[in-house]
Design a protein around this ligand. Structure first.
Ligand code: FAD
Length: 328
């Protein structure tokens, strides 16, 4: 099969959908591919989470996000982004991974693969990578990390009832999972290499976690790192004096963040800043140093994924479509 589009978007997360909506609004032909479903990243969030952003700040494609509360739940957001795709009648191909992009501006060839192995190629004048930042977990890099009791995802507390769970990290993900686990019958311990929870933790969650930690309801090892994961225990090492402590353990939840895969961009000649991890691009147009190749959403943030999220990554679509229409 071979079709030709003005814009081909790799990734149908919130920011990829925003590109599709912007293209549709301006009458530009556009197709989207996602290796999973629409907004796969949100599907993988903790099931009962609430966004830190208000619904208004998460809106894309001029579609109102109307809910009775200020901040939406994961389920409300999943419904919303699906509705945006439907509203603009976007051409979204789910479960079709983009495995190769080649060619040049005006004449890119994109090869895709479906779950059953079927392949197809498409032609596009321009390609937008809206592939997000959730490709590889930030591994702890310690012995035992490959044990089945270790996970870099947290969905819900129920599998951990009456279990010794170590949560690694001090970010929103670590703090919120620790609190949920504590309230649902897990014996949870927190370990973090700093001496307090991260600055970005939702302000309304900070008193709750700090109270639990101060009262010893959630034991915490500040300024410690995981040194080794064993089948029935975990060894923690002090950052200060290297002293090791071995604690009982059934599960490890490594809430240490994720990284984007820059491999496909590098292969196409996009320069990646080694220090920041940012693909070289013009923030006014989101075009990379390779003409006709664009980035949208959190992939533009580099290693500091907290700098770009839906609230500001949603604007990239409009910039890209304007550049395709006016900039050439
Ligand atoms: C727990 C949690 C809470 C958050 N809360 C907020 C919040 O309140 N407000 C906010 O603004 N942000 C929040 N974020 C951040 C937000 O989720 C991300 O910034 C957002 O998902 C970025 O959207 P995106 O479209 O750039 O990338 P993603 O949503 O990650 O979408 C990328 C898509 O690309 C697809 N893909 C990747 N590679 C390929 C390929 N080769 N072929 C085809 N498809 C591919 C993936 O399957 C994925 O669907 C939160 C994140 C987490 C983890």
């Amino acid at each position: 099969m071979s079709d030709r589009y003005e814009i081909l978007v790799v990734g149908a997360g919130p920011c990829g959908i925003a590109v599709g909506a912007a293209a549709k609004k301006r009458g530009v032909s556009c197709v989207l591919f996602d290796k999973g479903c629409i907004a796969t990243s949100l599907v993988n969030y903790p099931y009962y989470m609430t966004f830190f952003s208000t619904a208004v700040m998460l809106e894309v494609g001029d579609v109102p996000f109307t809910i009775p509360e200020a901040k939406p739940s994961r389920r409300e957001a999943l419904t919303y982004y699906r509705m945006v795709a439907e509203h603009w009648d976007l051409d979204v191909n789910q479960y079709q991974e983009v495995v190769e992009v080649s060619g040049r501006e005006g004449d890119f060839t994109v090869r895709t693969r479906e779950i059953d192995g079927r392949e197809a190629t498409y032609q596009a004048a321009s390609v937008v990578f809206a592939t997000g930042g959730f490709h590889h977990p930030n591994y702890l890099g310690v012995p035992g990390e490959d044990l089945p009791k270790v996970s870099h995802y947290y969905h819900e507390p129920y599998p951990y009832y009456d279990q010794d769970v170590l949560v690694v990290g001090g970010s929103n993900s670590a703090v919120e999972s620790a609190l949920e686990l504590y309230r649902n019958g897990a014996r949870v311990t927190l370990v973090h290499f700093l001496d307090k929870v991260d600055r970005g933790v939702k302000p309304w969650v900070v008193p709750d976690i700090n109270n639990r930690l101060e009262k010893g309801e959630i034991p915490v090892f500040w300024r410690h790192r995981v040194a080794e994961i064993r089948p029935e225990t975990v060894v923690l090492r002090s950052e200060d004096d290297g002293a090791e402590t071995e604690i009982q353990n059934d599960f490890v939840l490594a809430m240490t963040g994720w990284r984007a895969d820059h491999g496909p961009l590098r292969k196409l000649g996009v320069e990646i800043d080694e220090e920041t991890g940012k693909p070289r691009h013009d923030p006014a147009t989101m075009e990379t140093n390779v003409p006709g190749l664009y980035i949208a959403g959190v992939i533009a943030a580099g290693y500091d994924a907290n700098k770009i999220f839906i609230e500001n990554g949603r604007d990239h679509g409009g910039l890209i479509v304007a550049h395709r229409l006016n900039g050439r």
